[in-house]
Design a binder for this molecule. Structure first.
Ligand code: DGT
Ligand code: CA
Ligand code: CA
Ligand code: ZN
Length: 591
């Protein structure tokens, strides 16, 4: 278990408070409070110091009692004296004390007078006026508690990466404007690992004047609330309710800091064990030689990993799974990059539910540097999405063929065809046969049982015209659950029929998700990253899809739409399932 200094300090702060409430000796109370402040301001992690055999009693403010409790906590994950104190309290006092501004006395008052033990209870009591009516409380203090409670709620809620990343980019650019002498400044944590949802945004960077940078963050208009404003870390809540942690270091030790706060926690735990076996210890400041106590600093992560005898490990792989073994064995993948993509195969225009004319989408695709693009408006079954009737699709095909002469990017005629509930497609075969690219997707009857859904998708895959299955699970992150289906059976069928699977890059979908894409790649299923753009400005969202592919350990050769246009055309023109040989040949060549 990782226990950081802030956790330990908080525990002693709470102990002091609880003893104070019990009316224990003022000296004892002060001792705990002093220890909490000391630990908060230490420049090294206590857990590390203990692991290295440091005698904590040499630190001013840490006596025998505190020292024993730190050891107990680090050894067993608990402190029995603390648990005993907590056990004597009414339920909920500690929860309430999580609300900034609610001290132990107020927490006791609220629990006892209002019989409240949960944050939700506090919310109700503020709204119905009972809170304000408490002695020495009043409306203003009650409102203040409610505001904090709402922030605690948002802290528990994870933010989809599609919102978190642009928000982080906005904060970074505002901070740079306010404080131009900041050096490199990057998102770390789950955001840098491209997790699909983010607990909070961690920013790390370098600055000649860290305090000024912290002050600048606190002063930004976008900041709703200041959580911590200290010398080492500044935490704020920004609109619309997401926490941002800012930490700055010297340029010389930035590598260790970026590595430490990128996580994941599991990756760092494994890396620490690995380093320990080499006689080294890791922390956010550098790498310490355990025999000499000498600390080495690293300006970048490549140098940091190199000191451990390891190649650079991309953040997307840092899950604490098998990436360290692969790194040691020199088997890390050469991960696919955005610039490897040669085309986008899922684009909508204002002919169906897109917002822009066809030609705007063609130009946008060319601007991405693509060699080809497929326009894939909806089929007629999607009445609400203004799906194209047979006649309108024929008309669109003619228009696209004519448009080709004006553009050098290869324009492919496509459709996003509904897979009906029974697995049949939404256009007649003769019409489908005229298309270059058919993306077949489920948009209806999403509640089917697993067996029915699996057969439905597999049936669509067996259709000779179907090139790609779009957004396989139909999930919307945080809004709609995925459908039920047998993933293994679907992947087998994809391989057998020569049907590609889409990694839908739209950040509300990310479908296939990372672990499904991982399995698909293992089984040799051709994958494509497509944006499902409904607006010309959506095309850069490919970055989210590429991140999924990278988290699935995909190299360029695992994606079909990294093939040069001639090979891609050879793939789609070859009859299924024989077209797989085109993909497999590219795989073997390692394109
Ligand atoms: P999140 O925010 O829940 O989406 O996930 P992360 O990975 O961004 O986690 P966060 O923000 O708590 O911490 C950022 C990184 O800092 C985490 O990935 C690993 C690193 N870290 C280093 N020491 C500790 C520790 O003692 N506790 C935790 N929680 N993280 C630590
Ligand atoms: Ca985080
Ligand atoms: Ca954090
Ligand atoms: Zn679509």
């Amino acid at each position: 278990m990782a226990v950081n200094n802030d956790d330990i300090a908080q525990l002693f702060q709470n102990m002091g408070t609880l003893l104070e409430m019990k009316g224990d000796s003022v000296f004892k109370v002060r001792a705990y409070q002093r220890a909490a402040r000391t630990i908060e301001n230490l420049s090294f992690p206590l857990a590390q110091a203990v692991a290295d055999g440091t005698d904590l009693k040499n630190i001013p403010g840490i006596g025998k009692a505190i020292n024993d409790k730190i050891h107990e906590l680090l050894d067993s994950g608990r402190v029995s004296a603390y648990e005993k104190l907590v056990g004597e309290l009414p339920d909920g006092v500690l929860t309430l004390m999580d609300v900034p501004g609610v001290g132990p006395k107020t927490a006791m008052l609220i629990t006892q007078e209002l019989q409240i033990s949960t944050i939700e209870g506090v919310e109700r009591a503020v709204q119905d006026g009972r809170m304000a009516a408490l002695p020495r409380m009043g409306q203003k203090a009650a409102d203040n508690i409610l505001r904090h409670v709402k922030n605690l709620h948002t802290k528990d809620q994870r933010t989809p990466i599609g919102q978190a990343l642009p928000l982080a980019e906005e904060v970074i650019s505002q901070l740079r404007r306010a404080c131009p002498d900041i050096g490199p400044l990057f998102p770390a944590g789950s955001l840098r690992r491209w997790e699909e949802t983010i607990g909070d945004i961690d920013l790390v960077g370098t600055s000649p004047n860290p305090e000024q940078a912290g002050d600048a963050l606190v002063a930004l208009d976008i900041v709703r609330e200041v959580v911590v404003h200290g010398p080492k870390k500044t935490s704020v809540i920004v609109e619309p309710g997401v926490q941002v942690d800012l930490r700055l270091s010297d340029p010389g030790s930035f590598g260790a800091m970026l590595q430490y706060f990128t996580g994941s926690q599991q990756h760092n735990i494994r890396l620490r064990d690995y380093a320990n076996r080499m006689g080294l210890s890791l922390n956010e400041y550098g790498i310490t030689d355990l025999s000499t106590g000498k600390v080495e600093e690293f300006p970048d992560e490549t140098a940091f990993y190199a000191r451990l005898g390891l190649p650079y490990i991309s953040p997307e792989l840092r899950l604490g799974m098998w990436e360290l073994d692969s790194a040691q064995e020199g088997r890390l993948p050469d991960l696919v990059q955005e610039s490897d993509l040669t085309g986008d195969l899922h684009l909508h225009s204002d002919w169906s539910d897109g917002r822009d004319p066809i030609e705007a989408m063609v130009v946008a695709a060319a601007d991405q540097g693509y060699q080809y693009m497929a326009l894939t408006d909806h089929s007629s079954g999607r009445g609400i999405a203004n799906g194209l009737s047979d006649e309108r699709l024929s008309e669109q095909i003619a228009l696209l063929r004519a448009l080709q002469s004006k553009h050098s990017i290869k324009i492919l005629c496509g459709s996003e065809v509904d897979i009906r509930a029974d697995g049949t497609l939404d256009y007649p075969d003769e019409l489908l046969a005229q298309l270059d690219v058919v993306v077949a997707s489920v948009h209806s009857a999403m509640g089917q049982d697993s067996e029915t859904m699996t057969q439905r998708i597999i049936k669509a895959m067996h259709h000779p015209a179907v090139t790609i299955i779009g957004h396989l699970s139909t999930r919307l992150i945080g809004r709609r659950e995925p459908t039920e289906f047998d993933l293994e059976a679907v992947l087998q069928a994809a391989r057998e029929t020569g049907t590609a699977l889409e990694i839908n890059a739209s950040p509300e979908r990310l479908d296939l998700k990372d672990i499904h894409a991982y399995r698909a790649r293992e089984l040799g299923v051709p994958l494509v990253v497509s944006t499902d753009s409904h607006h010309y400005a959506d095309l850069p969202q490919r970055r989210f899809g590429i991140a999924v592919a990278r988290r699935a350990w995909c190299e360029s050769k695992h994606l079909l739409n990294t093939l040069p246009v001639d090979q891609f055309l050879a793939f789609i023109k070859a009859p299924k399932p024989g077209r797989l040989s085109v993909f497999d040949a590219a795989l073997a060549r390692g394109n």
